[in-house]
Design a protein around this ligand. Structure first.
Ligand SMILES: C[S@@+](CC[C@H](N)C(=O)[O-])C[C@H]1O[C@@H](n2cnc3c(N)ncnc32)[C@H](O)[C@@H]1O
Length: 318
């Protein structure tokens, strides 16, 4: 079992760590911050608010130290002039916020389970495909895969697939490794722990590793939600897009939702984060239940779509 990589920003760092103006190693002017803001917005759609100033300083100061540079201006000049893909990746990785957890926003998972069970019960149903579009360090896609196994049993390995993407390559590497601190899974039921994880021993004690059968259900790939074309040539039964739209401005959110629309099966579900409301951004999706959306044009008798019953209601009428 591989040791855990550096999980440097698994939390949305508050305005600390930079130690305030006086303790800073480097000058950090408003012009520097404005430049960083413009660059990360162009690159990732992320809108950095004023209170992220110290966070931007502390994360990027590490890049300056690593590169032996003396000022933010020099760093940003080099970044733009050299256009080096590796440094752009480091810049982007540094500014993403990756907070996540297993079975975060737990109410979504029984909804997903019911949905896939119904779908799989329809004659001639296609394999179930779920896209986790801001997968971070993997806890969310692994929670989705566990839900699929619990809903479909042994069939899940053959009949269910999860695509897990994120912009940040560093978190994807951690997700790919599937190694977590026991503390991160200790709230899972003993059945889940036993079924889906190996427990580390010796030098790996205190760690768990996702079992290969679960890992095999997931494909991890880098994907930028602000790209014009995602290069996906398939449609999904469910898309998880949770706690990433909050970092985007409204026009960016609208563009992302417009790209999701053709990627959803007619009766597919879109799962959003607890503080994200797409109703004001698009008419293509409508709320079906607590932070769960469906296509407005979607309800259909398309092949594989399960008929809707009264018991399918998710709390809020469509
Ligand atoms: C706060 S985490 C949310 C993780 C998970 N979805 C959850 O709800 O627990 C946000 C994730 O969005 C990713 N992200 C930010 N901008 C992105 C973009 N333009 N395209 C794809 N992913 C992006 C970040 O790298 C980060 O891992």
């Amino acid at each position: 079992m591989k040791a855990l990589r550096n999980t440097r920003h698994d939390v949305d760092e508050p305005a600390r760590g930079a130690g305030g103006e006086s303790n800073r190693d480097f000058d950090f002017t408003s012009a520097d911050f404005e430049r960083i803001r413009a660059l990360i917005h162009r690159r990732a759609g992320i809108s950095l608010s004023d209170h992220k100033r110290d966070m931007a300083y502390s994360r990027l100061a590490r890049r300056l130290r690593a590169l032996g540079l003396d000022s933010f201006r020099e760093y940003l000049d080099q970044l733009e002039a050299r256009n080096d893909a590796t440094e752009w990746e480091a810049f982007t990785n540094a500014l993403t916020t990756n907070l996540t957890a297993f079975f975060r926003e737990a109410h979504h998972f029984p909804i997903l389970a019911d949905f896939v069970k119904r779908r799989a019960g329809v004659a001639g149903a296609q394999p179930v495909s779920v896209w986790c579009s801001a997968a971070s360090t993997g806890e969310e896609p692994y929670s989705i895969a566990m839900t699929l196994v619990e809903a479909l049993g042994d069939r899940a390995a053959r009949e269910a697939r999860v695509l897990a993407t994120d912009l940040d390559t560093q978190v994807l590497a951690k997700a790919d490794a599937g190694v977590y601190a026991f503390d991160q899974v200790k709230h899972l039921s003993p059945e889940r722990l036993k079924r889906f994880f190996f427990k580390g021993t010796g030098s790996h004690s205190g760690l768990v590793k996702v079992r290969p059968e679960l890992r095999a259900m997931i494909k991890f790939e880098q994907l930028n939600l602000t790209d014009a074309d995602y290069g996906l040539r398939t449609t999904f039964d469910a898309i998880f897009c949770r706690n990433v739209m909050i970092y985007f401005d409204k026009p960016t959110q609208a563009q992302v939702l417009a790209r999701f629309e053709p990627l959803m099966k007619p009766d597919g579900l879109l799962f959003a984060g607890h503080s994200e409301n797409f109703t004001y951004v698009t008419q293509a999706f409508r709320l079906r239940g607590q932070t769960v959306y469906e296509l407005t044009r979607g309800r259909s008798d398309a092949a594989g779509a399960a008929p809707r019953r009264a018991s399918d209601a998710l709390g809020v009428p469509a």
